[in-house]
Design a binder for this molecule. Structure first.
Ligand SMILES: [Mg+2]
Length: 187
């Protein structure tokens, strides 16, 4: 089978990692419960930043957010390694900016994610993911972002939602924890 995965906030806990970096950089101590209740993807509001300040902070911190010690969600790595060992095709589809793509692929490889040549797609807009998913004729695709998931209605691919506080309204099979993955794809 062909499996596709978004990376940020699907396989790795990027926003939580960024939230902890923001606490350090801004010398704050905003508790993780505030993060866990956020109803939007952006994380700057609890730090008292406006949207434009938040966007500037995000963009200027990106390299540090992406390539330091962002944790992988528990069991995500093992799940993908298991699929790879069973002979399935694994694709990554991330809308990280183009100039971070090569470094991202290398970083993922170093962590142990199985990446075959031609199986790493990066640098597209969120709304462009759907064309790649259709062209690849993926059997299963996992993502967290409502803006992406809304473009994936009426396709043959089984779309699975990685649970996050900002996607509670989306009606799709929901993955709370990676150990549930096998059961969700069988359902
Ligand atoms: Mg994502």
């Amino acid at each position: 089978m062909k499996f596709g995965f978004d990376i940020d906030d699907t396989l790795i806990d990027l926003r939580a990692h960024a939230f902890s970096l923001y606490n350090k950089k801004l010398e704050k101590n905003i508790p993780i419960e505030i993060f866990q209740a956020l109803q939007r993807v952006e994380i700057h509001e609890p730090f008292g930043l406006t949207d434009s300040q938040g966007s500037a902070m995000w963009n200027s911190s990106l390299e540090e957010i992406y390539f330091t010690d962002c944790p992988i969600f528990e069991q995500a790595l093992e799940t993908l390694q298991g699929l790879n060992q069973q002979g399935h095709d694994i694709y990554y589809i991330t809308s990280r900016p183009k100039h971070y793509c090569a470094q991202t692929q290398e970083w993922m490889s170093t962590l142990g994610f199985p990446i075959k040549e031609g199986h790493f797609f990066c640098g597209m807009q969120d709304a462009e993911k759907v064309a790649i998913i259709k062209n690849l004729a993926l059997d299963v695709y996992v993502d967290d972002k409502p803006a992406v998931l809304e473009t994936l209605q009426n396709i043959e691919t089984k779309v699975i939602l990685k649970n996050q506080s900002y996607n509670e309204h989306v009606q799709l099979p929901r993955l709370h924890h990676w150990h549930e993955f096998d059961n969700i794809i069988k359902a």
